[in-house]
Design a protein around this ligand. Sequence first.
Ligand SMILES: [Zn+2]
Length: 66
Amino acid sequence: MGEAEVCLYCHKPLTADDIGITKKLINRGTTKYYCIPCLARAFDITEEDIRQKIVYYKSIGCTLFQ
Ligand SMILES: [Zn+2]
């Protein structure tokens, strides 16, 4: 494991879920990650919308959330 990833905007340490949903929303190959509040602002959706997407993608076994 390397250094912990941090949000590109606010530099908050990121969880595996933050990284997974960034890849899902932006690009699977991205190496720049964002926390949920910053993603919500960037995509003009609510944090709850993003949390629900994470639950959904986990429920369908998305490989980005393993
Ligand atoms: Zn952030």
